[in-house]
Design a protein around this ligand. Structure first.
Ligand SMILES: Nc1ncnc2c1ncn2[C@@H]1O[C@H](COP(=O)(O)OP(=O)(O)OP(=O)(O)O)[C@@H](O)[C@H]1O
Length: 289
């Protein structure tokens, strides 16, 4: 079944054509990378799929088989569909002065009465679910710390825990690792891949570096100037093919140093990658840094 269907999505900001007729279909349970140079339209596309922006006339987006927006108008099931979509951003979007658990519990605000949300009245079962979600992303011990005391990678994992508590079926991640060091970036990508596999959550993740797409996603969609210029296996995105797609801008999309995969020579100072004991692991395995 289709999780996300985008048809002829166009968006103009003044004179700038940010999206120019994007067609994209993502099946339930897929984990797809979205790559492109700066300004190619990745965030704009994700914001539309999340229902945070409306496209121009002629655009259509369906989520889980229901019209989310058409011709710049939201469909009747918009509110319900929003509940099915979790979004994480480069800037984590946590409330810094609140405990991590409260931030994670924000994931259920769409499902509970406004007064409970306003007064922060959460049941014991909900609090347990939040701590379990933090356990799923590997940081249960930080539940009672203020969000501001967490590292960037921990904050991003807390944001992912919030989408688990939300019980979203689709996770949109807009450059989730752009501001993280390589080790934290890999942990966050590991968590995304893990919840994709074990929860069957559909994941669309925009990435600046194609190496992460090659390692974590079977399929990559590449944007250039608001258009899809490639949609296919991530393995086929060789450096020479990327140069063909992007010209000089391709350098923006590759890491100066390749990511280490098992069996390959590693940069000095990094550990030997180890296989994670995950049944049905999709692709090459990185070290759980
Ligand atoms: N609200 C807006 N108003 C005006 N122009 C916008 C707006 N949002 C995006 N744009 C423009 O649309 C184009 C696509 O922007 P977008 O942020 O989607 O690109 P991106 O691929 O996510 O880039 P980056 O990797 O740098 O985040 C850019 O030229 C940007 O300046």
């Amino acid at each position: 079944m289709t999780a996300i269907a985008v048809e002829n999505l166009c968006k103009r900001f003044g004179k700038k054509q940010a999206l120019a007729g994007v067609d994209l279909t993502i099946g339930k349970g897929e984990m797809v990378a979205l790559i492109g140079a700066s300004g190619s339209g990745k965030s704009t596309l994700i914001r539309h799929i999340a229902g945070l922006e409306r496209g121009d006339a002629g655009s259509l987006i369906e989520i889980l088989g229901e019209v989310q927006q058409k011709d710049g108008r939201y469909g009747p099931k918009m509110r319900e569909l929003r509940g099915n979509i979790g979004v994480i951003f480069q800037q984590f979007n946590l409330v810094a002065r609140l405990p991590v658990i409260t931030n994670v519990l924000c994931g259920i605000l769409g499902r509970i009465s406004p007064w409970r949300g306003t007064f922060g009245f959460f049941t014991r079962a909900e609090r347990i679910a939040a701590i379990e979600a933090l356990g799923r992303v590997g940081i249960p011990e930080v539940a009672w710390q203020r969000a501001s005391t967490l590292s960037g990678g921990q904050q991003q994992r807390a944001a992912i825990a919030r989408t688990l508590v939300q019980r979203s079926k689709i996770l949109l991640a807009d450059e989730p690792i752009a501001s993280l060091d390589p080790a934290s970036a890999r942990r966050v990508m590991d968590v995304l891949a893990d919840i994709n596999r074990s929860e069957g959550m559909t994941v669309l993740v925009s990435l600046h570096q194609v190496e992460y797409a090659r390692v974590y996603c079977d399929r990559t969609v590449a944007l250039r100037d608001g258009k899809v210029v490639y949609d296919g296996p991530s393995d086929a995105l060789s450096d020479s093919f990327l140069t063909e797609l992007y010209g000089a801008a391709y350098e923006e999309l590759v890491l100066p140093q390749k990511l280490p995969v098992k069996g390959e020579a590693r940069p000095t100072g990094t550990r030997e990658p180890v296989d994670r004991p995950v049944v049905g692991a999709r692709k090459k395995t990185l070290q759980p840094a």
